[in-house]
Structures are given as C-alpha cells and as structure tokens.
Design a protein around this ligand. Structure first.
Ligand SMILES: O=c1ccn([C@@H]2O[C@H](COP(=O)(O)OP(=O)(O)O[C@H]3O[C@H](CO)[C@@H](O)[C@H](O)[C@H]3O)[C@@H](O)[C@H]2O)c(=O)[nH]1
Ligand SMILES: [Mn+2]
Length: 451
C-alpha cells in the first residue's frame, strides 16, 4: 500500500482497444523521467497498480441513472479516479493521449486544472486534468450526474458543469494548450501551430479516429486508415503509429487465451460511494457557484483495493522488421509494479522483457536502450537547429515527435487540392481562414476575376 502524500498519473481503459492506448501512454510517460506512480483504472500491463472499477455494482441510484443513460458508462468510470485517495494529487490522462516530454510540473497545479477544449474554449477538455482524489468530491460528482446529467452525455459535459467556474475563476487552472494538443485541430490555426507546435508536451488523439484505427506498414513507413487509401491526413498517425503497432501486433498474433486478457479479475473497487450522498450544496446551475473547488479534504485511505490480477500475455509476437522495439516501447525506468502474472508458456522475447516475468512481480526492465531507431525518427536529422535543445536520446525522441508533428502540419498546408476537393472542404466547413481562404486572398481572386 502506498503512503499518503503520493502523486500519480492516472488513465482509464475499459476494453482491450483503449488498453492499447493506455499502454502507449504509459510508455510515453516512462520515457520522460517518470517520477510519479502510474495508475490505470481497469486493464493493466506496465502500470504500477490496477484498480478494478465496477459501475454496475455501485450504488443503486447510479444503477437507475444508467438504465436511462447507458452511454454515461465511460463517463462515470472516469469519475472513479477521484476514489484514488491514497494519492493526494493526480493527473488524469485519456488513454488516447501521448506524452512527449516530462510533465511533472502539472503536479504544481491545483484541482481542477485543465486545458481549453479546441472546439469551445470556454469549456475545458477532459482528456488531461489535474485533480485531488477525494471520496467527498466523488460523491458530489455522482450526485451531480444523477441530478443534472451531462450536456454532452459524457464526462466532459458533466465535469464542465460541475467545475463550472473553471473558465473565469483562476487562470492558473487553465493549462496551456501544449498539455493537451488535439491532433485533429492542429491545422486550424496553422501559424500558431508552426510557432508553438514544437513545444507540445501532450498530444491528444481526440475524436472518433484513433491511432489504433490505422494500419502501419513498416516497410514503406506509410499509414493506412483501415479500409482507405493513403492520404496526407494520416501523417500524424504516421509518426506516432509505430508506437502503437508494437502493441497491436502482439494482440493480432497471439493465440486465443494468450492475448492481453484478464484471467483473474480482482475484487471491484470498494470505494465506489454507495448510497445517495448529500446533494451538492451548489448544484443549481448558476455561473457563480463554487461547487467545484469547494470540496477539499475527506481523503480517506482507499479500501478494498483489488486482489492481484493475472495477465496472460503472449510473448511470441513479432515486431516490425528492422524496428528497434526498444525505441518504440522502451521502458528504461520500470519500477516494481503490482503483481502481474504472465503466461510462462513462451520464451520471453527481448522486446517484451518488461512483460515476461512469471508469477510474481515484474522486475525492473532489462536496461533498455532508448535511442530512437533511425528509421522511426529520421526527422530528427532535419530539425531546425534551435529546436534541438538537448542531445540525450530521450529528449531527442521528444523533440523528434514534437517537431515531426509540426512538420506534418506544414506538409498538410502546402498540399495542392483539386478544385473539387477545395469545394468539398468549404462545404464541410473546413475553411482555412488564416491561409489561402483568408479574406485578402479571396479579395485578390475576386479582383482578378472582375478585371
Ligand atoms: O470504450 C471506451 C471509451 C473511452 N475510454 C476511456 O475514456 C477516455 C475518453 O474517451 P475518448 O475516446 O478518448 O474521447 P475523446 O475522443 O477524447 O472525446 C472527448 O469527449 C470525451 C467524452 O466527454 C472525453 O472523455 C474526452 O476527454 C474528450 O476529449 C479514453 O481515452 C479512455 O481512457 C475507455 O476506456 N473505453
Ligand atoms: Mn481522448
């Protein structure tokens, strides 16, 4: 059991699909001098601790709410992070985020800190946030969910109405956008992206198409969205997908029963607050209500943490040829996590050294080189001089990823579109106000036409 006063990065994976994201997120955090605990709600592998959360078994009033709004399932699962009261502060990261550099400074922020949502900047995006575990807050959140629902039927709407003074009360609670840079909005204000993109610390693949929806061809280095032709729009995934590929390959090649699966799930988290708590004092929707940040304390030791969970892992996967698996999933600083049992059938592969211990705990991973392979991170050779801040392999990787993301954006900008494609973009509302669709350019065209 961990002592109080500890801090943790927390993510959530309710199924195998998101588990892939959680694993890559976990590895990306470990790459950057991980100094805090790493916790996953539900499906663990490289994580220190697994907290089994069970929605249906929580209090009856949640049950009832669920009958009406089953789509809130994931929402309330995320809310369980407030029950991690053996940590006094945590950073939640969606499983579809990728950490590009150390983000320990987030722990200097208070609850509730988050970055603006790119779609509606007066709301925060709930993919990355700083919070303080508290059973009291957890109870108030669940209560709020039952009483008010969620305007987007998911956690982001709920959290925004609960922490409703976020946009006005305290600027320190606005995380800079570089802590939650959404991959699919990086083209909308491209000059800003050009200017600041290389400082990105966390990329968030929000939206319906996730990196694991792409197939990666390691030979050609190209990326295909499942069932589509190659497109330049996939180039963000192109640079990040090798990370996911290493995990996906393992799943695809594993025999039934040897895939990443839970074979012995522990007891449900006993911390789910049961019974209807007292209503949030400030639950009426009023702009001045400080319901959000007024729920300090009540940190209680977590009870009923799950029994050790057994993971069966196939270790006979093959990784893309020529790829340094360590560069993709290298794990230089694995600490001793909670008990994970792995399938002892197959020979441990060096790639998965960190996953192949049997029966007891994972040992610290074999010292793994984290030097990015040339092939994977070749963009590093083209880095602008001022961006290369540090020559250590980890930092080089971090810069590579950030800069490659930035270069991708630039590539996207210069791509010539056919008139039909241009028109479609307009019709879909994808207008490049800052670039070629800027008013001045349109005026120019009109002038030419009228001459
Ligand atoms: O089947 C699921 C779906 C989601 N998740 C977890 O929940 C997170 C949020 O879902 P995601 O698909 O990442 O949502 P986004 O596309 O990022 O959409 C936005 O809207 C969501 C719902 O409000 C918020 O949770 C996100 O933070 C916000 O960025 C994931 O990253 C996972 O950690 C699961 O574990 N299993
Ligand atoms: Mn997300």
């Amino acid at each position: 059991m961990l002592g109080r006063g500890e801090e943790a990065f927390v993510t959530l994976a309710t199924n195998d699909i998101y588990c892939q994201g959680a694993l890559v997120l976990g590895q990306s955090l470990r790459r950057h001098r991980l100094t805090r605990k790493l916790v996953v709600l539900i499906t663990p592998q490289v994580f220190d601790e697994m907290i089994e959360v069970n929605l249906i078994d929580s209090a009856d009033y949640i049950h009832l709410a669920f009958l009406k709004r089953p789509e809130l399932g994931v929402t309330l699962t995320k809310l369980h992070c407030w029950t991690l009261t053996h940590y006094n502060k945590c950073v939640f990261l969606d499983a579809d985020t990728l950490v590009l550099s150390n983000v320990d400074e987030l722990f200097d922020r208070g609850e509730f800190s988050a970055a603006p949502d790119p779609g509606w900047p007066d709301c925060f995006n709930s993919g990355v946030f700083v919070f303080q575990p508290s059973l009291h807050t957890h109870k108030l959140l669940l209560q709020h969910a039952v009483e008010h629902g969620s305007f987007d039927r998911a956690d982001q709407g709920l959290l925004n109405s609960f922490f409703r003074n976020w946009s006005t009360a305290d600027i320190r609670k606005h995380l800079p956008f570089i802590y939650n840079l959404s991959s699919n909005t990086m083209y909308t204000y491209s000059p800003a992206f050009k200017q600041f993109g290389s400082s990105a610390k966390v990329v968030h693949f929000l939206g319906s198409t996730k990196p694991w929806n792409y197939k990666y061809n390691p030979q050609s280095g190209s990326v295909l969205e499942q069932g589509s032709a190659p497109s330049s729009q996939h180039q963000v995934a192109n640079n990040v997908l090798p990370l996911y590929q290493s995990i996906q390959g393992r799943e695809a090649l594993a025999a039934p029963g040897h895939t990443l699966c839970l074979s012995d799930v522990g007891a449900p988290c006993a911390d789910s607050v049961s019974g209807a708590g007292e209503p949030c004092a400030n639950s009426a929707p009023s702009p001045s209500m400080p319901c959000a940040n007024s729920t300090p304390g009540s940190n209680q030791p977590a009870q009923g943490l799950p029994e050790p969970t057994h993971l069966i892992v196939d270790e006979t996967l093959s990784l893309p040829e020529g790829r340094s698996s360590e560069a993709m999933i290298g794990c230089p600083e694995i600490e001793t996590p909670a008990v994970i049992t792995c399938d002892p059938l197959s020979q441990p592969s060096p790639q998965l050294a960190g996953f192949t211990k049997t029966e007891t705990t994972l040992q610290p991973a074999n010292k793994v080189e984290s030097v990015p392979s040339e092939e994977t991170f070749q963009l590093s050779q083209e880095l602008p001089a001022e961006v290369v801040r540090d020559t250590s392999p980890q930092d080089a990787l971090e810069v590579d990823l950030a800069v490659s993301v930035s270069q991708i954006s630039i590539e996207e900008k210069v791509k010539e579109l056919s008139p039909e494609e241009e028109r479609r973009k307009w019709e879909e509302g994808r207008i490049d106000y800052m670039g070629k669709d800027a008013f001045a350019r349109i005026q120019e065209k009109l002038d030419r036409f009228l001459q």
